[in-house]
Design a protein. Structure first.
Length: 644
């Protein structure tokens, strides 16, 4: 029977400031997806962007652009970051996708028709940044319990989902499926803080803003962003469409990986919607902790943000992924420290793994002419290394199935440290000095290499580039003892192949120097990003606009420029004033066609001479392709009138 696995991240609120805390969820989900593919599963990995809601509409208005235009640019940046991190998603869904919007409307219609959604009025606390409705009892000191910001009292006509109807079913489900929500602390929080105190029906539409999916039978309403967003897990698979093969094959999801701040939406609201639809619930939701900076939540306003791009540029993708998954217990908060990051590179990656690979390949090159030897003489310590190497894969698989990334990596590093110890125990440099120890030397070198082969498979979901480097240095390719089934087999590394020495995978770092380099790189990245943003947006303020003096002007005379075929010389009446303007419109207008036309003049432009004729301003025109049209006014208006 075909093994399938469906893993998702939450779809992200579009932000052009994704720091390493934001990337944590995606890196974890990607690592799990890679592991499941390696172990023989047909995997679908979903991520994407949550692009509707009031805060998107407000931000777009601040920038003077349409919401879709605003999110389009940011989504491009997110995809570029995922590419830099080599995220292997199968679906990237946007809630502005036509297919998603159509299916969400079908879901809303279905629930309305069966009586699970009804129309009423909402009045109560609402947090715009979190786009969350709260009861008075849920507020903390009158503020949003998630983000601590001020809430507003929202009052409007709205549709409601009968969340209260599913309270008892949800409690029963939690009790009968203790593994559904992990870690256990999140489960207790949902039961004690939300389910048992009682669920109110959920407001699932808004009328106070327009940026969202329209309620299909009442277009004055837009669907609540969190109703819209959670449905992506099934809309991406083609639910309620003619092309629903992926839905039938991959649902229910094996795991939704989410940050702890949105567990409520994924374990109460989303399951209740699924229950109402008669759909099986996901098998697991894992709410991981936050990555803090020096024990404080990362925030651009606090100036304590570390971005992934400089870390990748300086130290590589594998170093960053390894640190994030190794350093922190996945279900708990963890504190990111630049010094801990750099020291972990030195201790684990340079000293342990990098040194093991370099020493092994260098000894084969020195003692056997760079050719992988054939094992001939077993000896002391061999069995202990073989047993540990061939049993590590099982332990790693158990931890990975529990999403315990840190412990899975620790098991791999136990093998790496044991292999390093094997070098010290067998002392190949001593064996090389004695001719009668050649067979034993060959065996030791082979055992080191075969242990590295197994290690290269075990680390592959976490550090694919490093795995590839080990394969190259051992002289093997994919398929030569490199499948997951091969981690429990000893002695299948090909012999007689040529090893290839490469530069150290993880050079040792001077931590103090690197701290300064990293700080500088992060600062430069921020400056570059802000500079690019300003250049891209190229906005002017209302004060800038006020500096431009636009006036209605009437053309009283027009003639060709004496020294330029493409230019016309216009005499303009601007109220009681006369102006001469030179304009490059001869290709589009004959002089006699312009007399009597009202045009728009930039009246306070510094005078210049164009081919010897002074121009005292500029007339506005719009062009498209080969067509150009002068800007004018729709109604008769006195020349000299200021445009505001």
């Amino acid at each position: 029977m075909e093994k399938t696995f469906y893993v998702t991240t939450p779809i992200y609120y579009p932000s052009d400031n994704l720091h390493i805390g934001h990337t944590y969820t995606t890196i974890a989900a990607d690592t799990l997806a890679r592991f499941k593919r390696l172990t023989g599963y047909h995997v679908k990995f979903l991520t994407g962007t949550d692009e509707h809601g009031q805060k998107i509409e407000l931000k777009a208005k601040e920038k003077g652009i349409k919401p879709k235009e605003y999110v389009d640019g940011i989504v491009k940046n997110i995809k570029e970051l995922w590419e830099k991190l080599d995220i292997t998603y199968d679906y990237f869904i946007r809630t502005t996708d036509d297919k998603h919007e159509e299916i969400v409307q079908k879901i809303f219609q279905k629930l309305y028709e069966q009586g699970d959604i009804y129309k009423s009025h909402y009045e109560g606390p609402y947090c715009t940044p979190c786009e969350s409705f709260w009861t008075e009892n849920q507020l903390v000191d009158g503020k949003c319990p998630d983000c601590g910001r001020e809430v507003q009292i929202a009052k409007e006509e709205a549709y409601f989902f009968k969340l209260s109807k599913y309270q008892d079913r949800l409690i029963k489900f939690f009790e009968e499926n203790p593994e559904f929500l992990q870690p256990g602390s999140r489960r207790n929080e949902m039961i004690n803080n939300f389910l048992k105190p009682g669920l109110d029906d959920l407001c699932v539409s808004r009328t106070s803003f327009d940026w969202g999916i329209k309620v299909p039978f009442d277009p004055d309403h837009v669907i609540y962003v969190w109703f819209d967003a959670v449905c992506n897990y099934i809309t991406a698979l083609g639910y309620l469409t003619d092309n629903d093969e992926d839905y039938k094959k991959y649902w229910p999801a094996n795991v939704h990986i989410v940050g702890k701040e949105i567990v409520r939406f994924h374990t109460i609201i989303w399951p209740a919607i699924l229950m109402a639809l008669g759909i099986e619930l996901p098998k697991k939701v894992f709410g991981h902790g936050w990555i803090l900076f020096e024990n404080d939540k990362m925030s651009k306003s606090k100036g304590n943000v570390i971005y992934p791009e400089p870390l990748i540029e300086l130290y590589g993708i594998d170093s960053l992924k390894y640190f994030l998954l190794r350093e922190f217990s996945f279900g708990q908060d963890g504190s990111f420290s630049r010094e801990k990051f750099l020291r972990r590179i030195n201790s684990d990656l340079a000293n342990d793994l990098g040194n093991l690979v370099s020493r092994t390949v260098a000894m084969i090159d020195k003692y056997n002419g760079g050719i992988m030897p054939e094992p001939k003489a077993d000896g002391e310590y061999d069995d202990e290394l073989k047993d540990m190497a061939t049993s590590t894969g099982y332990k790693v698989e158990q931890f990975m199935n529990d999403l315990n990334f840190g412990e899975a990596i620790e098991e791999i590093w136990k093998l790496i440290r044991r292999t390093n110890k094997y070098i010290d125990q067998t002392m190949p440099w001593v064996l090389a000095k004695e001719e009668d120890k050649k067979d034993r030397l060959d065996t030791v070198l082979y055992n080191l290499s075969d242990s590295l082969r197994i290690i290269s498979i075990l680390i592959r979901p976490f550090m694919e580039n490093t795995s590839d480097s080990i394969w190259r240095q051992l002289g093997i390719d994919s398929g030569q003892g490199t499948s997951w089934d091969d981690v429990s087999k000893w002695g299948i590394l090909p012999t007689g192949v040529k090893v290839r020495r490469e530069k150290p995978m993880f050079p040792r770092l001077d931590v103090n120097k690197e701290l300064k380099k990293l700080d500088k790189a992060n600062e430069e990245f921020i400056k570059q990003r802000e500079g690019n943003k300003e250049e891209k947006e190229d906005y002017i303020t209302i004060d800038d606009f006020d500096k431009v003096d636009l006036r209605v002007a009437r053309v009283v005379e027009a003639k060709k420029h004496p020294n330029a075929d493409r230019l016309l010389v216009l005499q303009l009446e601007v109220g009681d004033e006369k102006r001469q303007v030179v304009s490059g419109i001869a290709k589009y207008y004959k002089p006699e066609e312009l007399v009597g036309k009202d045009v728009i003049l930039v009246a306070n432009l510094k005078p210049v001479k164009l081919r010897g004729v002074e121009s005292q301003g500029m007339v506005l025109a719009a062009s498209k392709g080969k067509k150009l049209t002068l800007a004018t006014v729709m109604d008769e208006i006195k020349s000299g009138t200021k445009i505001t």
